[in-house]
Design a protein around this ligand. Structure first.
Ligand code: AMP
Length: 283
């Protein structure tokens, strides 16, 4: 496995791979890898000749008061994990390599899809995501790109961007990987202190509650959201950013549940802001 740090070296590697007819699978990450990331690499390994993993903590998707500087990083550990999963290349550029002095080109998807949910509380976040992914797609030139459903809004935004910019890339959404007790795996879980790890279980539990209410016949999103908020607010260390129930394609609000539905939430538990969701077909 190679670790490549410059765009020029990646260009050379990818050009040769494509010339020799290789199918490239790509897993973009910000590193500090866990089993959620590794599930994407495993999926990519099944269906491609070459698997590229990028590890890049992308500054343009962090707001001014967010955790860019403290975001956990451990390249040696990440490289060992990628090697075990059979990745061929890690692309690990510096911020200066991706955004040299005077950098000025951005890609933005407009509309509800980027304004809602995380877009509402993290201004400029999706502009950073679509900009860096455009650059990374141009560098890696994948046939297939793998994304976790954990970031459901990101999947929806990327699918729309790829469609609208006519990228010949197949976006493969992969299921959320959870700890045994239900907590969705996240690099940011490492910020949880003491009892906050236990407290964070209320996120997945509130999603389970919503699923149960729907199974029992409830169809009012207001009633379900209220029950979820009450459950989350019963845990002292939590602070709700949003609890939303939207249609899973365009992320528009719905009053009465039906069809392809996304129940998504973002909650601060102590310091970290954690996200989780379920997607389900409501009959
Ligand atoms: P990140 O490093 O947080 O930017 O995540 C990189 C990719 O891994 C994204 O596509 C995430 O959705 C995905 N991912 C992160 N956590 C999980 C998880 N628990 N299960 C599945 N995929 C995940």
């Amino acid at each position: 496995m190679q670790i490549i740090k410059t765009v020029a070296a990646m260009n050379g590697y990818i050009r040769e791979a494509i010339q020799s007819g290789k199918c490239i699978g790509y897993v973009p990450t910000m590193g500090y890898l866990h089993d959620g990331h590794l599930s994407l690499i495993k999926e990519a390994r099944k269906n491609n000749d070459i698997v590229v993993v990028s590890i890049f903590v992308n500054p343009t998707q962090f707001g001014p008061n967010e955790d860019l500087d403290s975001y956990p990083r451990d390249l040696d550990r990440d490289a060992a994990l990628c090697e075990v999963e059979g990745a061929d290349v890690i692309f690990h550029p510096t911020p200066e390599e991706m955004y040299p002095n005077g950098y000025s080109t951005y890609v933005e998807t407009f509309g509800e899809i980027t304004k809602k949910l995380c877009g509402a509380s993290r201004e400029g976040h999706f502009r950073g995501v679509t900009t860096v992914l455009t650059k990374l797609f141009n560098i890696v030139r994948p046939r297939n790109a793998y994304f976790g459903q954990k970031d459901a809004q990101q999947v929806a935004v990327v699918e729309k961007m790829v469609r609208e910019l006519n990228y010949d890339i197949h976006i493969v959404p992969c299921p959320i990987v959870r700890e045994k007790d239900g907590l969705a795996m996240s690099s940011r879980n490492s910020y949880l202190q003491g009892h906050e790890r236990e407290d964070a279980l209320v996120l997945s539990q509130s999603l389970e509650l919503a699923k149960q209410m729907i199974a029992d016949g409830e169809r009012s999103t207001a009633v379900i959201k209220q029950a979820m908020c009450d459950k989350i607010n019963s845990v002292e260390s939590t602070e709700i950013d949003y609890v939303e129930i939207v249609d899973a394609q365009e992320l528009e609000n719905v009053e009465t549940l039906s069809g392809d539905t996304l129940i998504a939430l973002a909650v601060k538990v102590g310091k970290p802001r954690l996200i989780d969701n379920v997607r389900l077909e409501v009959k």
